[in-house]
Design a protein around this ligand. Sequence first.
Ligand SMILES: *Cc1c(COP(=O)(O)O)cnc(C)c1O
Length: 216
Amino acid sequence: MIKENVKRLLAELPDGVELEAACKTRTPEEILEAIDAGVRIIGENYVQEAEKAFKIAGNRVKWHFIGHLQKNKVRKAVRIFDMIETVDSLEITGDIDKACAEENKAMPVLIEVNSGREKQKFGVLPEDVKRIVGKLSGFSKIKVMGLMTMGPMTGDPEDARPYFVETRRIFEKIKAMGIAGAEMRYLSMGMSNSYRVAIEEGANIIRVGTKIFGER
Ligand SMILES: *Cc1c(COP(=O)(O)O)cnc(C)c1O
């Protein structure tokens, strides 16, 4: 099933849009099956889960962190991941930059935008994104490469559209400003039920779990 699901999704994606498999709770075997079927980006919410999968498939794919990064996991995360999509504060950024310097590694990051302004969600409020990007461009190892958003969870993918539109608007605005050290290339939006809408609104990374692996 996993294989067919990946092939169907890949066939559907327009040029320039990348499929990221959101792998929380999946076994390394399931993740390998997705990779064999053509997935090239693995998204992990938990550093500990990522370590297991990384052991068996480390250099075959790119590893993106999409969870909430805790201070005490930064060092491990920096070793494993090729991109951190969920930078949501300046504090954690200082820790990431320091760990990267110690590991002698550059780290592309996306800023997580709390586009739905939800109290229970992590992420930077839309009006603060520009300021954070400006500040991050001063770090030596961190490289801002774009934005990521979740948007509020509802049943209807159309409900997500305004949040994707808003995130795209911020993305384009910052891109046009040409902030030194920030290269606005990636817009990571859309999940199993909303990826089509996200692509229509400019996403070039979609993060899909259920539609690849089945229900959690
Ligand atoms: C779980 C998760 C996804 C994928 O969710 P599905 O609805 O299973 O496709 C995407 N992004 C993040 C950050 C996630 O945690």
